[in-house]
Design a protein around this ligand. Structure first.
Ligand code: NAG
Ligand code: NAG
Ligand code: NAG
Ligand code: NAG
Ligand code: NAG
Ligand code: NAG
Ligand code: NAG
Ligand code: NAG
Ligand code: NAG
Ligand code: NAG
Ligand code: NAG
Length: 867
């Protein structure tokens, strides 16, 4: 369509080159015309009848299967031309839906030599009966949603050459019976949940050319002598938990082309003496392990290498002779980021390469001269955290550049205009430098089709630049941009994430996001000086995360937020919103964090009568902070009923990742909340462990509602600074996970229930400034509190207070408390009197920050791992 597609194609083809996949291309031959055998047809028919086929999907291959026609002519069937036996069944992506039963008709197809059910939903286990298909040579069940253990009967398939079970959910160990598959050439079991050790028996499978166990949970060491696998070309056990030595005998297998051990815990790699026969190795990925010491010299002998990843090799501040890489003339991919070396990488080294396409030197010290020229057409360059203080001018001739990461350096001044003339530039990361502006005309950035631009944490100031309309992801937080957020932002029709927090933007929120698109899922405008209302037109229905905290916005929250069915995070803290409580948010199915703190929301939490369907209420909410508003009224007894996440403790993992241009980026949220009397920062992506309710600093009255005892997962409860009356209910002791309880500054009376002493995690509590009386209970947790937690209650006595319960020495205390009580009553009265109109000064503390980071680590590598 346009040049950006061309770029994607380039990326794709690079990706294909580097991940030399061994998945099989099954070339189906035309089925010969021959009447099939009755038993075979019955078996096929039976097999078909086992699935819930809707005969609708275009790809239902079994649709063409008709009783009373030659089964050898059916789609996906190949018969032996002489005998009419079905020898091949290929229902790849055939819309099969349902588990394979051990009595399935499939296992009656005794003569099958090739079975391919890839990409069907066989949600279930792989039955033992698979071992009955004893003539199978090729078995492909990738992406079938299979789970459970691998049946040991697989070992009965003694003719098997291909076993492809890629992308299922198998658990348990690899069965030792696999050692019987003497003919096996390809063992493909990546992306499951297999555990245990690397099976020694595989060493007996001397025909193996490919072993792929990527992304499992395997551990232990690899066998020390792997030389029996003398035909091995492809070995990939990346993203497991293997440790110990990298066996030299593996690296020296002469036929080996692709070797990946990345993202494990390997910690030793021995220097290999002279490599006897010339190595065929094209890919060597050792990155992300715990390897340390000098980089072994034999690497310079691997002259066929096109891809080398040594990232996170810890040289222990040693020196590295980077010229060893000069021997590797065919290198296309070189990742030597994070070597912990005191050597400086001189970029001129790379002027000698001709085909480098991906180069990552991040987190090493890098130098280059202003006259440097690099001949290789680099597509992706990562120079993050390289102590660079000058813009790399050599990029001027890098017309193939797609992706540039120069984040976390010390580059000052203006971004040169020529950068935006590089035709393919798509991903640009300037995070954490000292850039002040953009050279060139105001529309300089529009000369390109940037999809991802991160200029956050720099010193950009003045009005916001005109951005390319193609931008999908834009982070410009932590700068000093001022003026209005330009309405040109409304022309960016691809926008999915916009982060402009911590600037000095004024004016109102642009009124266009509603119409812009439905993809905008992240909108963070926190800590600016935006004012006026939050208009309905500014709400994109696709929002997942919205943070407009710490601005000067007023009025009501836009009701259209109710339509944002994917909303998980909503923070409007520290504004002047003066509407009523947005009770209508309670039906949002995914809302996890709701922070209205420090505004002027007023009125009761719930209107009576309660809306219909009130049984479902904030089903996923974990953090509910409505503190420091003017909310009032009595909380209905069942107010907290239906808050299922806080009551059930069933953790529903957050598997919806935000995907931006095919790149998964995670943003971490930093939440600062008052807990245990101090403000503390919470970091995370989902806050699954934090269950917090903060109602403090409002004007709530009446009893503490009974339904709060349902929230068994609650960790922090703050109800202080309200006008709650009645007793402290003993059922609070049902909140067994509670760590912090603040009931101070209310009008609670009677005794502290001794049951609270049972709450073993309750480390912090505050009952001060109430009307409590009687002895303080004896529980260890209660007794370990400071006496200040009990102050200013007229009749409370016993340790840790000085006042003893038998009387005496209490006169002074009582006088002081009476005085305090009057003051408190005044305060409560003034709230009631001032129903509308009077607003106490908003003391806004730092509440919630919502910070975008961390997607950038290994950003560039991910681009090349899109599959
Ligand atoms: C298929 O046809 C055979 C006769 O040709 C019949 O006996 C059998 O019941 C049929 N099966 C189904 C499922 O219709
Ligand atoms: C098939 O495998 C199972 C389990 O490993 C075994 O008990 C059985 O004897 C095998 N059958 C044949 C025919 O090898
Ligand atoms: C390899 O096979 C031989 C005989 O076929 C057997 O004795 C040996 O135990 C097997 N080795 C492993 C590790 O399974
Ligand atoms: C490794 O195993 C092979 C046979 O598989 C054997 O010939 C060789 O001697 C062994 N090497 C070592 C060092 O044990
Ligand atoms: C490797 O070979 C060179 C000569 O080609 C020789 O000088 C050196 O000693 C050998 N090293 C080892 C460890 O065998
Ligand atoms: C980083 O660069 C500055 C000058 O740009 C230099 O003074 C400093 O020594 C460098 N730091 C390291 C660790 O190389
Ligand atoms: C708010 O933004 C300003 C820049 O406009 C920054 O200096 C300040 O640190 C930010 N405050 C917080 C709490 O992030
Ligand atoms: C923000 O802008 C206002 C005027 O637009 C100015 O008075 C104020 O000093 C600016 N604040 C910062 C931190 O730059
Ligand atoms: C909210 O504030 C706006 C602007 O300050 C004001 O016009 C409006 O009357 C207020 N609404 C309420 C309900 O207090
Ligand atoms: C409860 O909230 C009040 C006011 O919002 C705050 O001062 C106090 O520190 C909080 N209590 C705890 C235990 O964090
Ligand atoms: C508190 O828990 C106890 C026992 O687990 C139960 O009997 C009681 O009904 C609960 N109380 C409330 C108010 O949920």
């Amino acid at each position: 369509m346009h040049s950006c597609c061309a770029r994607k194609i380039i990326l794709w083809s690079l990706c294909l080159i580097f991940s030399l996949s061994y998945s099989m291309l099954v070339c189906a031959s035309t089925p010969p015309k021959h009447l099939c055998r009755q038993d075979q047809r019955d078996a096929l028919w039976e097999f078909k009848s086992e699935f819930h086929l809707r005969n609708m999907a275009a790809n239902e291959k079994t649709q063409t299967w008709k009783n009373n026609s030659d089964c050898c002519s059916w789609d996906g069937i190949t018969c032996d031309p002489k005998t009419g036996k079905v020898v091949e069944l290929n229902l790849w992506s055939g819309s099969l839906n349902g588990p394979l039963r051990s009595s399935s008709g499939l296992f009656k197809l005794q003569y099958l030599q090739s079975l391919n059910l890839n990409s069907n939903n066989l949600a279930g286990t792989l039955p033992d009966s698979i071992g009955d298909l004893k003539y199978l040579k090729e078995l492909s069940l990738s992406g079938c949603n299979l789970f459970g253990n691998l049946p040991s009967s697989l070992g009965n398939l003694s003719h098997l050459t291909l076993l492809d079970l890629d992308g299922n959910g198998f658990t348990g160990e690899l069965p030792d019976s696999l050692g019987n598959l003497k003919q096996l050439t390809k063992l493909l079991l990546p992306s499951s949940k297999l555990s245990g050790k690397f099976p020694q028996v595989l060493l007996n499978l001397t025909e193996l050319t490919a072993i792929n166990l990527v992304s499992n949970q395997l551990e232990g060491t690899l066998p020390s002598n792997m030389s029996s696998l003398s035909k091995l070309e492809y070995f990939d056990v990346g993203s497991n938990s293997f440790s110990g030595f990298v066996p030299s005998s593996l690296i020296t297998i002469p036929s080996l082309v692709h070797l990946s051990l990345e993202r494990n815990h390997f910690n030793r790699l021995l220097e290999i003496g002279n490599i006897s026969s010339p190595s065929k190795l094209k890919t060597l990925s050792l990155g992300g392990n715990r390897l340390s010491g000098p980089i072994p010299g034999f690497i310079s002998k691997l002259v066929e290498l096109s891809s080398l990843d040594l990232s996170f090799w810890d040289t222990l501040r040693g020196t590295v002779d980077f010229s060893v890489f000069l021997h590797l003339k065919s290198l296309m991919v070189l990742d030597i980021s994070t070597l912990n070396t005191r050597s400086i990488v001189d970029m001129s080294l790379f002027s000698r390469f001709e085909s480098l396409s991906l180069l990552s030197l991040s987190r090493n010290t890098v130098k280059f001269s202003s006259t440097l020229r690099i001949a290789s057409p680099i597509g992706s360059l990562a120079l993050a955290s390289c102590n660079i203080s000058e813009f790399p001018k050599f990029l001027q001739t890098q017309t193939s550049l797609v992706s540039l990461d120069i984040s976390q350096n010390q580059i000052k001044g203006r971004v040169p205009a020529w950068l935006w003339r590089l035709p393919g530039l798509t991903y640009v990361d300037f995070y954490r430098n000292s850039f002040t502006g953009f050279d060139g005309p105001p529309d300089v950035l529009r000369r390109n089709e940037i999809e991802m631009l991160d200029i956050s944490s720099n010193a950009f100031h003045g009005p916001f630049p005109l951005l390319p309309k193609s931008t999908t992801f834009l982070a410009a937080s932590d700068n000093q941009f001022s003026g209005q957020i330009p309405t040109t932002i409304c022309e960016m029709v691809s926008l999915e994430a916009l982060v402009l927090s911590n600037n000095n933007f004024t004016g109102s929120i642009p009124r266009c996001f509603k119409n812009l698109n439905t993809k905008l899922s992240l909108l963070h405008l926190r800590n600016n000086s935006l004012s006026g209302n939050f208009p309905e037109e500014s709400v994109s229905v696709g929002l997942v995360s919205l943070d407009v905290g710490r601005n000067k916005l007023s009025g009501e929250l836009p009701k259209s937020l109710m339509n944002c069915a994917r909303l998980e995070f909503l923070n409007v803290e520290g504004n002047m919103f003066n509407g009523t409580f947005p009770y209508w948010l309670r039906s949002l199915p995914d809302l996890q964090v709701l922070v209205l703190r420090s505004n002027k929301f007023h009125g009761p939490l719930l209107y009576s009568p309660p809306p219909r369907g009130s049984l479902i209420s904030f089903p996923k909410l974990r953090i509910f902070d409505i503190s420091r508003n003017i909310l009032s009224g009595v909380l209905p007894v069942d107010y907290f009923s239906g808050w299922s996440t806080m009551s059930s403790g069933v953790y529903t993992p957050d598997n919806k990742q935000n995907r931006f241009i095919g790149i998964t980026f995670n943003y971490r949220k930093a939440v600062v909340l008052a807990t245990k009397g101090t403000e503390r920062e919470f970091l995370g992506t989902s806050f699954s462990i934090y269950k917090i309710i903060d109602l403090s600093g409002n004007r709530f009255q009446g009893d503490i509602p009974k339904s709060i005892s349902l929230l068994k997962e609650l960790i922090v409860l703050n109800m202080s600074n309200n006008a709650f009356t009645g007793t402290i209910p003993p059922f609070l002791s049902n909140l067994t996970n509670l760590q912090s309880l603040d009931l101070s500054k209310n009008r609670l009376s009677s005794k502290i229930p001794p049951e609270l002493g049972k709450l073993t995690f309750l480390a912090w509590m505050n009952f001060s400034y109430n009307k409590l009386e009687g002895p303080i209970p004896q529980g260890t947790q209660i007794q370990s509190q400071d006496s200040s937690s009990f102050l200013q209650n007229p009749g409370l006595c016993g340790p840790p207070l000085q006042k003893t319960c038998s009387g005496g020495g209490e006169e002074e205390d009582t006088r002081k408390q009476d005085h305090q009580e009057d003051e408190e009553n005044d305060q409560v009265l003034s709230w009631i009197a001032a129903a509308i109109g009077f607003v106490p000064g908003v003391l806004c503390g730092l509440a919630i920050g919502h910070v975008l980071i961390s997607y950038r680590q290994d950003w560039f590598k991910r681009i090349f791992q899109l599959t």
